[in-house]
Design a protein around this ligand. Structure first.
Ligand code: SAH
Length: 220
């Protein structure tokens, strides 16, 4: 895999990116802060060179190792749920960094992003992409995200990019009071789940049906 630069031609132009933002708005993304964060990240940097012309379509795209770069709408939707009118995301944990697209979007809304990925070559690619973007507030770690990142927690925001059959208990433990977590839950049938850490405990809300790659155990 090669890393390509920030310079885009034709399809990767500012205008193509503006159309992606317009589509996100049409699909219901309302938060100006989220739309701005989505507009700030050049998605073509994160996709294989051969697919760069499709980087601003609202679809998931292959990123190698059998994984996909998330669909822009889902990234925006989950981050909007996470932000929920707060001024920023606070200290943020992402599980399933892939090659770092969503981490870069989160980094526009948070001072500190910690992102965990279980597949080493993808993590390396994510690190290279952060260097290209000069995005220095994302810390990337090779680990099984089921356990979160206890040494860096608790987190004000947690977002998971792969679906497990239940909410990992370690992630709940690392969610700060007032914190919010958004994650896909399920197997064949999945839905987005919003967890809020309130003074009375954790509340869980079941939201949109979704389709994510599975949350797997161990590292590779
Ligand atoms: N956030 C990425 C999405 C990548 S797809 C983006 O913005 O495009 C989801 C990723 O979750 C895959 O790279 C997969 O390897 C990773 N993953 C699956 N189970 C995991 C686990 N237990 N810990 C960490 N990463 C995991």
């Amino acid at each position: 895999m090669t890393t390509h630069g920030l310079q885009g031609i034709g399809m990767t132009s500012q205008r193509t990116r503006a159309r992606m933002i317009e589509r996100l708005r049409e699909k219901g993304i309302r938060s100006a802060a989220v739309l701005q964060a989505m507009a700030a990240v050049p998605r073509h940097v994160f996709v294989e060179e051969a697919l760069a012309s499709r980087a601003y379509e609202d679809t998931a795209l292959p990123l190698g190792m059998g994984q996909t770069i998330s669909q822009p709408y889902i990234v925006a939707r989950m981050i909007e749920l996470l932000l929920n009118g707060r001024p920023g995301l606070g200290k943020t944990l992402e599980i399933g960094a892939g090659c770092g697209y969503q981490a870069a979007v989160l980094a526009q809304l948070s001072k500190d992003v910690y992102a965990v990925e279980r597949i080493a070559p993808l993590l390396e690619k994510a690190k290279a992409n952060m260097r290209v973007l000069q995005q220095f507030n994302v810390r990337l770690k090779h680990a099984d995200g089921h356990f979160g990142l206890p040494e860096a927690g608790p987190f004000d925001s947690i977002i998971v990019a792969a679906a497990g059959s239940a909410i990992p208990p370690d992630l709940l433990r690392q969610l700060a009071p007032g914190g919010r977590m958004v994650l896909p839950v399920g197997g064949q049938e999945q839905y987005l789940c919003l967890v809020e850490h309130t003074p009375n405990g954790f509340t869980e809300t079941r939201l949109d049906p979704v389709r994510f790659v599975p949350l797997l155990s161990g590292t590779q």
